[in-house]
Design a protein around this ligand. Sequence first.
Ligand SMILES: [Zn+2]
Length: 200
Amino acid sequence: MCVLRTDKLLQKIKMDKRKININGKDIEYVFKRTKGSKSVKLAVYADGRFVVSAPKWYPMYVVKKFIEEKSQWIFERVKDVDFDLIDQKQKAESVDYKKSVKHARAIIHERLEFFNCHYNFQYNRVAIKNQKTCWGSCSQKANLNFNYKIIKLSEEMRDYVIVHELCHLQELNHSKRFWNLVSQTVPNYRTLRRKLTEIK
Ligand SMILES: [Zn+2]
């Protein structure tokens, strides 16, 4: 569950996928240019994703030199990662998304309308996305985003995600006022909230 406070955050980060060969193994990484940062950074995630970010003005040869210097450190962390398997999983997920999105959109709209009979909030665009880290979000411009996978949750958990984002239209925060709104239609939100964090 995440709240996006500005539409800037909604802009897709350009995924620039690159490869390097360390000790004979092709290692994939995502390259990002970041505003505001002053140095090259690298992060290795538990699933083997490896992200290099550099300031906008940094020349590429400096970035490459940095990666080379850290290559053994990187190798140690991703040597056992099966990148082909990760690719396969991603492909399978995007096939599943294409297959399920229409159904997901219908359910989500139906549940939004159902709960909004109670709240009567105004919202604009509703987007159904294939996201990794977020069940749903609400922007300052009153646009709602939902992860299509919420239709795979139990009905009460799916409804909780929908009500949670719906209530952000009124309260774009997690204040007491926000939770009071949620509890009007989902009184057991505490339990559901905890269950949802256990899934991720
Ligand atoms: Zn929230």
